[in-house]
Design a binder for this molecule. Structure first.
Ligand SMILES: NC(=O)c1ccc[n+]([C@@H]2O[C@H](COP(=O)([O-])OP(=O)(O)OC[C@H]3O[C@@H](n4cnc5c(N)ncnc54)[C@H](O)[C@@H]3O)[C@@H](O)[C@H]2O)c1
Length: 353
């Protein structure tokens, strides 16, 4: 064991986990001292949002169902106005990262507490990171005000997440943990969470593929998502997240699929520079090679493995490479232009690392 040196912060946040735990919603709103909750969702998840509003009865201020990917500033402004007009004193976000992100945009402006009810594995509910898109540019920042105060993880609500999205969302979560293991500000608590989170998702995703309604697998996946999201919220991310932000932001590629395709290649790039992290990832997935294990987890469970299959043009790889080298995040291996260009080519082609 090497001599250790680290800084560990803990953040005040309450997690209520378990099948059926949505039943505790009113109790949890009450514990926040809130009386009028504005329920947020995407248009697709409006029925779930209405169910929440019904459960809250007089304590529901209304439903705002216009959450979309990447939180456009116009949507954020509209939601803030609605919250103010209805006299909301808390926001309940039911959905994935897009809906939680909208809650964060409201909280950033107003300080309204958020109660998050995640239905994907993206992990935004565990982080103080927000993103708002203005004039085509996504600005991100960190503010403890936007960290949801309470999170209700009810695996029953994730049963409806289609299998394909479950697999890519789960690998999106694994990406947070994998990069957390080689973060410059890593610490042993986050390492434990990361390894356990990857293992839980590695077990759960094939079982969900076999049966989307497998209650134990849905519980395991959400548990893994919680751990991986916590890692994302606590330590810095590296090359993989930088590449995904670039590809998502400049080429409008879908979030979870992009993470799924890029992760094996980012891990292969960093393998020699972060051997301990790789050993932990591989161990968590019951394999000997971290990058190949993540690639196989995606491919064997029907997820896309090539950027060309999700709308990336080969002609744009050069520009993507140039963007990836700007404003670099700390990374175990220095960013070398030719090697990053090769990484992108491999990810575009879907080559097994
Ligand atoms: N700030 C952070 O820390 C953080 C972390 C992770 C992701 N994000 C952001 O979150 C966004 C992506 O989030 P996401 O991957 O969760 O996708 P999403 O929230 O955009 O959801 C994708 C689609 O799936 C639907 N959906 C969600 N749960 C469902 C369920 N159980 N059943 C049926 N449909 C369901 C949604 O309504 C939506 O139509 C990106 O903008 C990303 O940047 C932010």
């Amino acid at each position: 064991m090497p001599v250790q040196s680290f800084v560990y912060n803990s953040v005040p946040q309450r997690v209520v986990f378990g099948a059926g735990s949505l039943q505790h919603l009113a109790r949890e709103i009450d514990a926040l001292g809130a009386r009028r909750a504005l329920v947020l969702s995407t248009p697709e998840q409006r029925p779930q949002a209405e169910r929440i509003a019904d459960m809250l009865g007089a304590h529901a201020a209304g439903v705002f169902d216009r959450a979309v990917m990447h939180v456009p500033i116009e949507t954020a402004r509209e939601a803030r106005e609605v919250a103010q007009r209805l006299g909301a004193d808390c926001a309940v976000a039911i959905g994935g990262g897009s809906t939680t992100g909208l809650g964060k945009a409201i909280a950033l402006d107003s300080g309204l507490p958020i109660l998050a009810i995640p239905t994907t594995y993206a992990g935004s509910e565990m982080t103080p990171i927000y993103g708002i898109t203005e004039a085509g540019m996504k600005k991100t920042g960190k503010d403890i005000k936007v960290l949801p105060r309470t999170v209700i993880y009810d695996p029953e609500l994730s049963m409806s997440l289609p299998v394909g999205m479950s697999v890519t969302s789960g690998i999106n979560a694994i990406a947070h943990a994998a990069e957390g293991l080689y973060a410059t500000d890593a610490n042993p608590i986050m390492d434990l969470m990361a390894q356990e989170g990857i293992a839980a998702l590695g077990r759960a995703l094939p079982a969900i593929r076999a049966s989307a309604q497998d209650a134990a697998a849905r519980s395991d996946a959400l548990y893994g998502a919680w751990l991986c999201g916590t890692v994302l919220g606590n330590v810095g991310m590296a090359l993989h997240h930088k590449l995904c932000h670039t590809l998502g932001g400049s080429f409008n590629l879908p979030h979870a699929e992009t993470h799924t395709i890029v992760l094996p290649h980012a891990l292969a790039y960093n393998a020699a520079a972060a051997p301990e992290a790789m050993a932990r990832i591989a161990k968590a997935l019951g394999a000997s090679n971290a990058a190949q294990a993540v690639f196989d987890l995606a491919r064997d469970n029907g997820a896309p493995v090539a950027l060309r299959d999700i709308g990336m043009k080969e002609a744009d790889l050069e520009l993507a490479c140039a963007h990836a080298l700007e404003n670099q995040y700390p990374n175990p291996r220095p960013l070398e232009r030719d090697a990053i260009r090769a990484l992108l080519q491999n990810a575009w082609e879907g080559a097994r690392p």
